[in-house]
Write a protein that binds this ligand. Structure first.
Ligand SMILES: Cc1cc2nc3c(=O)[nH]c(=O)nc-3n(C[C@H](O)[C@H](O)[C@H](O)COP(=O)(O)OP(=O)(O)OC[C@H]3O[C@@H](n4cnc5c(N)ncnc54)[C@H](O)[C@@H]3O)c2cc1C
Length: 600
C-alpha cells in the first residue's frame, strides 16, 4: 500500500510517525510532500529569530506518552525544552544549518517556561524527522515539491508535482495554513495602494512579509492586535536594532532610530491577553467540578446534553474555579467546600448575599474588564488594561485567579472536543454559541502572546513608538494616502496583522482546489430546524477525519486534518502538549490505525 501525505508541518510529520510506529510489517510505502522543507512553512529555520512561539518550551512535544487514549503504539520522547538541553547541542553541531552558533546559544540559554523562537522549533521538527529516518530509513520518501494537482482515478489518487505524478492508495491532506483570495475590502485597498504607490500588506504570516521599504520615523497603520501583531512588534523594533532593557523590574525600550511610528488598533481595541507565568508541572491540569467525565458520560448515555446546557455548565465550572482562587488569593475566611456547595445550588444574587466580600471580585464574561476603569479616556484606559494584563499574568497560572481560570479553560479544551464529537450542537448553537461567542472569547484570552511580548508592547507605548487607536480603526484610501477615520491621521503604509482566513471556497492551495473542483472536497454545512451553519472548513466525518464529498459520500481513503478543517473541528492551530492526551496526536493516531487496518 502506498500512502501520500501532503504537508510536512507538525501534523504531516506526526502522521508519518504514527503510521510507522503502528505498522509492524514492512509492506507500506509513504510519500511525504512539502516544498517548504521538513517542519513546514510556519517553522522554517531561515526565518528571523525575533519571531517567537507562543507556547512554552516544556509544553510542546511531538511525542506520544502513556496518556494517549486512542490505543496506538506509544513512542516516548523529549519535549522541546528537554530536547534543547539533551539533544540540540550534538544535533546542531552535526548540521550545516546557517547561524548555528545562534541556535546553540538559544538552546543553552533556554529556560523551561520560556517560549523558543519559531525557527528553533523548526530544528526540533527536523531532528524528529531525522530520528524516523534512522529507524525506518527504507519505508518512506520525502519529496520537496508542491502538489499542484490531486485527482482521483478509480480508487486511487494521482498527485502531480511540477516534475512527476505519483499514485497513492490512501491520501492524507495536512496542508495547514495557505494563501486565500482577497476579500472585497482587501482587494480595494490593495488596488488603491498599487495606483498611488502606497504599501498595503494583506493578511499573511509576518515571517513572509518584506518590511524593508517602510522607512524610519514614518507613520504606519497596523490593523489587528492578535498574534500576528505581536510578530510585527519584533520585526519593526528589535530587528531594526532597538533593545529592551530591564530597569527596576520593568522593560524600557532603547530605540535605534530606525523604527517607524506605529498606529495600531482593532475592532475590539485591546491586545490579546498574554499567557500567564507558568507554575504548572508538565501534565498538571485543573480539574472540573461540574463537567467531570462521569457527568459527561451520563449526559451522553441519556442524550440529554444540548450545546446551550454544555456551555452553561462550562461557564459555571469556570466561575466556581475563579471564585475559589479569589478566596485563596485574598485569604478570605470562607471554607472552599462550603462555598462550592452554596455556589452550585444558588444564583449569583443568592450566593453574594451570603458572601458579600466577593462582590468586589465579580467575574465578567464580557471582556473580563472588571479590572480596568473603562470610563477613562481611551489612551489611558488601554495602557492601564495592558498593565493589568501584565500584573495578572505575573501572578501565575496557579495562584492568579484570573490567569489560573483562563488556564483551566485551556486544560478543558479536550472536553469541548469531546462534546463536538458527540454532535450535541444544533446549527444555531454551533454558529451563535460555539463560534461567535465561545471561540472569540477563547482566542482573545487563551491563545495570546508570551508575557514578554506584552511587556514589550507596554515599553514601546511608553517610548512613543506604538500608539493604540480607539476602535473601530477604520482605514480608507483617500487623497493618495491611507486615512484613519475619524482620527485624522494619514499614512502610506497599512498592514493587516492577521492570517488569511481559512476557507475552502477561497483557498489558493492547488491540491485543495483540484479536489474541490472535482467535488471531492466540499465546505462543511449543518442544516437543521434551528437554522443553517455553513463554514469554509473541509467537510469530514468528525470521528475519523474521512472526507465527505459533495454528494454526501464518505471517501474511505481520503483524510483531511488540521487547519483546513477548522469550522468542523475547533482550535486546530496548535502543536501538541505533553502528557495530556493531546487532541492532535490522538486524532492522528486513530487515522493511522484505520489506514493500517485497511491494509491487513
Ligand atoms: C505565524 C504562525 C505562528 C504560529 N505559532 C504557533 C505557536 O506558537 N504555537 C502553536 O501551538 N501553534 C502555532 N501556530 C499554529 C500552527 O497552525 C500549528 O502550530 C501547526 O503548525 C499546524 O501544523 P500543520 O502541520 O497542521 O500545518 P502547517 O504547519 O501549516 O503545515 C502545513 C504544510 O503543508 C504544506 N502544503 C500545503 N499545501 C501543499 C501542497 N499542495 N503540496 C505540498 N505541500 C503543501 C505547507 O507548505 C506547510 O508546510 C502558528 C501558526 C502560524 C501561521
Amino acid at each position: 500500500m502506498r500512502i501520500g501525505i501532503i504537508g510536512a508541518g507538525p501534523r504531516g510529520l506526526s502522521m508519518l510517525e504514527r503510521l510507522l510506529y503502528n505498522q509492524q510489517q514492512e509492506d507500506i510505502e509513504i510519500l511525504l510532500f512539502d516544498p517548504s522543507g521538513i517542519g513546514g512553512k510556519v517553522w522554517r529555520v531561515d526565518q528571523p529569530k525575533e519571531l517567537l512561539m507562543n507556547s512554552l518550551a516544556s509544553q510542546v512535544t511531538m511525542f506520544t506518552d502513556e496518556t494517549l487514549s486512542s490505543g496506538g503504539v506509544v513512542a516516548h520522547g523529549v519535549n522541546l525544552y528537554q530536547w534543547a538541553k539533551e539533544f540540540a547541542p550534538s544535533y546542531l553541531s552535526q548540521t550545516t544549518i546557517k547561524e548555528k552558533e545562534a541556535f546553540l546559544c538559544e538552546a543553552a540559554n533556554l529556560l523551561e517556561n520560556q517560549p523558543t523562537s519559531r525557527r528553533f522549533f523548526g530544528v526540533y521538527l527536523q531532528w524528529f524527522y531525522a530520528r524516523l529516518q534512522e529507524r525506518f530509513f527504507d519505508r518512506f520518501d520525502y519529496i520537496q515539491e508542491l502538489v499542484i494537482e490531486a485527482t482521483k482515478k478509480e480508487k486511487q489518487f494521482i498527485l502531480r508535482t511540477k516534475e512527476e505524478a505519483y499514485v497513492v492508495d490512501q491520501l492524507i491532506l495536512a496542508t495547514g495554513h495557505w494563501e486565500h483570495e482577497q476579500t472585497s475590502e482587501e482587494s480595494q485597498l490593495s488596488k488603491y495602494a498599487a495606483e498611488h504607490h502606497l504599501f498595503y500588506q494583506g493578511p499573511a504570516n509576518p515571517a513572509d512579509v518584506d518590511l524593508s521599504m517602510i522607512p524610519a520615523q514614518e507613520p504606519v497603520f497596523i490593523r489587528g492586535l492578535g498574534l500576528c501583531f505581536f510578530d510585527y512588534i519584533g520585526l519593526l523594533t528589535q530587528q531594526r536594532g532597538g533593545r529592551f532593557e530591564e530597569l527596576e523590574g520593568r522593560l524600557v525600550y532603547r530605540p535605534s532610530g530606525e523604527e517607524p511610528v506605529v498606529y495600531c488598533g482593532s475592532r475590539r481595541g485591546l491586545p490579546y491577553y498574554p499567557h500567564g507565568r507558568n507554575q504548572k508541572k508538565v501534565g498538571e491540569v485543573a480539574q472540573p467540578v461540574i463537567l467531570t467525565q462521569e457527568r459527561l458520560n451520563m449526559y451522553y448515555r441519556t442524550k440529554k446534553l444540548t450545546g446551550e446546557d454544555f456551555f452553561t455548565d462550562l461557564k459555571k465550572d469556570l466561575e466556581l474555579f475563579y471564585y475559589k482562587k479569589v478566596i485563596e488569593e485574598h485569604g478570605l475566611s470562607i471554607a472552599l467546600s462550603e462555598f462550592q456547595e452554596v455556589f452550585l445550588g444558588a444564583t449569583e444574587k443568592e450566593w453574594l448575599r451570603k458572601y458579600p466580600e466577593l462582590s468586589s471580585h465579580l467575574w465578567s464574561w464580557d471582556l473580563l474588564d472588571h479590572l480596568t476603569d473603562h470610563t477613562l479616556p481611551y489612551q489611558q484606559m488601554s495602557r492601564r488594561y495592558i498593565e493589568d494584563q501584565i500584573n495578572e499574568a505575573l501572578k501565575g497560572n496557579v495562584s492568579g485567579p484570573l490567569i489560573a481560570t483562563l488556564d483551566a479553560l485551556k486544560d478543558w479544551r479536550n472536553i469541548v472536543h469531546q462534546v463536538m464529537l458527540w454532535e450535541v450542537f444544533s446549527a444555531k448553537e454551533y454558529k451563535e454559541i460555539l463560534w461567535q461567542w465561545f471561540n472569540t472569547f477563547d482566542a482573545f484570552f487563551t491563545i495570546g502572546p508570551p508575557l514578554r511580548r506584552t511587556q514589550e508592547l507596554a515599553a514601546l507605548i511608553d517610548a512613543g513608538i506604538f500608539h493604540l487607536v480607539e476602535p473601530p480603526f477604520t482605514v480608507v484610501g483617500k487623497d493618495k494616502r491611507f486615512h484613519l477615520e475619524p482620527e485624522g491621521l494619514t499614512s502610506s503604509y497599512l498592514i493587516e496583522a492577521r492570517l488569511p482566513k481559512n476557507d475552502l471556497r477561497t483557498t489558493r492551495n492547488p491540491a485543495l482546489i483540484s479536489l474541490r473542483d472535482a467535488q471531492i472536497l466540499q465546505p462543511f454545512q449543518l442544516h437543521d430546524p434551528s437554522g443553517d451553519f455553513v463554514s469554509g472548513a473541509v467537510a469530514i466525518e468528525r470521528e475519523n477525519s474521512r472526507v465527505i464529498d459533495a454528494h454526501g459520500e464518505v471517501q474511505n481513503n481520503l483524510y483531511c486534518i488540521g487547519i483546513p478543517t477548522e469550522g468542523v473541528e475547533w482550535l486546530t492551530a496548535s502543536v501538541p502538549r505533553p502528557h495530556v492526551d493531546f487532541w492532535n496526536l490522538r486524532q492522528i493516531d486513530r487515522i493511522a490505525q484505520l489506514i493500517l487496518a485497511e491494509e491487513s
